[in-house]
Write a protein that binds this ligand. Structure first.
Ligand SMILES: [Zn+2]
Length: 135
């Protein structure tokens, strides 16, 4: 099934006080990649049964957690996978929101533009390379 998206705000220009990666072409390409990644993550989560925010969340909340041996270990693995997929999904969603807000490509720690090649490599990143390094 194809998610039909309408082209919006075609003639609308965003305020660009800081110039970042925001050439329309690059931004459009990165947005497409993020949306693709977003859909893929949702698909994987659905396959793992971890869609939505409730459902399988905390393995330790379950009764008899310590008693079920192998099945539990597998379940914990599954839960950790779901958790990391959700974390990535959250980053991807946040990046798409920053695109809508016009703040995409700006480091959230130092406020400097993030290098375009870094965004190409990691479209969902929120830190520039030097902030990432000094982390
Ligand atoms: Zn920075």
């Amino acid at each position: 099934m194809a998610a039909g998206s309408h082209a919006t705000a075609a003639g609308q220009s965003l305020p660009t006080e800081r110039s970042t990666v925001q050439t329309t072409e690059t931004l459009t390409r990165l947005r497409t990649r993020l949306i693709g990644e977003h859909d893929e993550l949702l698909r994987q989560l659905r396959e793992l049964g971890g869609e939505g925010d409730d459902g399988i969340d905390d393995p330790f909340a379950e009764e008899g957690f310590a008693d079920t041996g192998q099945a539990t270990a597998e379940r914990v693995n599954l839960l950790m996978m779901v958790k990391s997929l959700r974390d990535i999904l959250r980053e991807v969603q946040a990046a798409l929101e920053r695109m809508d807000a016009g703040t995409y490509g700006i480091c959230q720690r130092c406020g400097q533009p993030i290098a375009e090649e870094r965004l190409e490599a990691l479209p969902a990143t929120r830190l520039c390379i030097s902030c990432k390094r000094t982390r």
